[in-house]
Design a binder for this molecule. Structure first.
Ligand code: HEM
Length: 487
């Protein structure tokens, strides 16, 4: 028996990105026609009460009862008061007027009209600190053709099936090591005392394999000093970014302690990553081209300028550790509280292990496994929504929203629990994903976002979670004996 003793953080929805494959052109033409007789303007979109200078800033303070952990509830209440689309400028002068939408039709319009250069605002404080350090600002922060060129290179390693599947043995081993680790760390109640930490180690190990072709050694007694530097500074970077992102951007005007720390930890992390890359280069010298791993090809074959390599790996580690461990945490939680579904999945896993070699390709045939993951993400969306900066005038819910406006699609929060899209939404029902349901197409933007800028790590993340479930359920029964966790 295995019980999770930790309360897991509430955060995100299913990945529809692979299921959305319609061409965009028809919709662009349709949009152009409608724009000619557009009825309502941006000015007419409903907005919450706001103060002359402070905008709606006070709503986002503890003073008004706001908590980052309850952001989904906060937005739900905005939509309930204002309807399926609203606009808001949190702190005029420092932030932009932003449009929030939630309807499937608006998601579809956004997807079909975003074009190949899909624009998402940079992580301002990360971009700022990298500019100050005089280094490239990285995939997450760049836009336009520059982004498109880099993203095409990244997609070759991170999104091609042959590349993702070539890491299946390593990722299966990581999950087996996780299971071994927890079995050795169970307490007298058969609980894992710090389950979050264990999952974090697992996610780091997974990311280590496909971002650096190495194991960090998180489950061993001793780690390589340089790899430990990468691990420590990746965690610190994530924490600092979270803190700085949710605070007023004072760092734009003053060299605050936090911004200094952010710059320092990036410098240390990048140096350690570069050292690790040098080790890879050394290994590559003694290999034939045909034996190179996909990552070795990516970082040594000059597709990518030298100056970009460490930043890209930093961004990949930054994007792929906490997110994946949260996905795994919610996944295990819903199975623990739904023992009959856990049993069905265990049976599928047992059959697969008996009759097949379990690898990247055969995982695709494990339909119930996939459905269990999608359903967990519907109930616990890992991200509240998807953000874009419009590259053309666009009609959303009948309003003409001008080019340049920031739009946040919050359908994960609004529709994942809505019976209009998901019958009996409170029930964990993986079976609903085993049949086609046109009603849910575009109902959510999913955990990984949509379109050209959707998460490049999604296939790796899903492969990691699939192997985790295979390893854990082959060895343990999951139980959870604490207060229910809210999405
Ligand atoms: C369950 C785990 C994960 C979740 C929920 C997640 C979620 C997301 C989301 C919502 C976005 C924004 C997409 C959009 O704007 O449409 C994103 C972008 C990104 N993710 Fe992930 N992600 C996960 C795992 C990973 C992994 C494993 C990696 C690295 C291998 C990664 C690297 C990135 C990067 C670099 C971006 C920015 C891409 C760009 O701007 O072109 N993520 N992710």
């Amino acid at each position: 028996m295995f019980k999770c003793s930790q309360h897991m953080k509430n955060l995100t929805g299913p990945c529809f990105s692979n299921t959305i494959s319609i061409t965009r052109n028809q919709n662009v033409l349709a949009q152009e026609k409608v724009i000619d007789n557009a009825m309502k303007s941006l000015a007419e979109i409903p907005k919450p009460k706001s103060l002359p200078i402070l905008g709606t800033f006070l709503d986002y303070t503890k003073f008004e009862g706001f908590e980052v952990g309850n952001i989904a509830e906060f937005y739900k209440s905005r939509f309930e008061h204002l309807g399926p689309i609203f606009k808001e400028n949190i702190l005029p002068g420092l932030t932009d007027m932003t449009v929030y939408c939630s309807s499937p039709q608006d998601n579809e319009t956004m997807f079909r009209t975003e074009g190949k250069l899909a624009n998402r605002d940079p992580i301002a404080v990360l971009k700022f600190s990298r500019e100050k350090l005089g280094i490239p600002t990285g995939l997450v922060n760049i836009q336009g053709e520059e982004w498109y060129t880099l993203r095409k290179i990244v997609n070759k390693h991170f999104l091609s099936n042959s590349s993702v599947w070539s890491y299946d043995k390593e990722l299966h081993e990581v999950s087996d090591d996780f299971v071994e680790y927890i079995s050795q760390n169970l307490d007298s109640n058969n609980e894992v005392p710090n389950f979050r930490l264990a999952l974090n180690k697992w996610a780091l190990e997974g990311a280590g394999t496909f971002c650096l072709d190495t194991r960090f050694g998180m489950f061993s007694e001793k780690t390589d000093e340089n790899l430990q530097l990468i691990v420590d500074n990746t965690a610190l970077l994530f924490d600092l970014l979270t803190e700085l992102n949710f605070a007023p951007p004072v760092w734009r005007y003053f060299e605050t302690k936090k911004i200094k720390a952010l710059k320092k930890c990036q410098a240390v992390q990048l140096e350690a990553i570069s050292k690790q890359r040098d080790r890879m280069m050394e290994k590559v010298k003694h290999k034939n081209d045909k034996d190179l791993t996909k990552l070795e090809i990516l970082v040594t074959k000059k597709d990518l300028p030298d100056s970009e390599v460490a930043i890209l790996i930093s961004d990949m580690l930054g994007g792929g550790v906490d997110t994946t461990s949260n996905a795994a945490a919610f996944m295990l939680y819903v199975l623990a509280i739904n023992p009959e579904k856990q049993e069905i999945l265990r049976e599928e896993i047992k059959n697969a292990l008996q009759s097949d070699k379990v690898d990247g390709m055969s995982l695709q045939r494990m339909k119930y496994l996939h459905a269990c993951v999608l359903e967990a993400q519907r109930m616990f969306p890992l991200t509240v929504g998807t953000t874009r900066r419009l590259l053309q005038d666009t009609i959303l819910s009948g309003y003409l929203v001008p080019k340049g406006t920031k739009v946040i699609m919050l359908s994960n929060v609004m529709n994942g629990q809505n019976p209009a899209y998901f019958e009996d939404p409170e029930t964990y029902l993986p079976e609903r994903w085993l049949q086609r349901n046109p009603n849910i197409k575009f109902a959510m933007t999913g955990s990984f976002g949509i379109g050209a800028r959707a998460c490049p790590g999604r296939k790796f993340a899903m492969q990691e979670v699939h192997y985790l479930l295979i390893s854990v359920l082959s060895r343990f029964k999951l139980q959870y004996n604490y207060k229910p966790i809210k999405a």
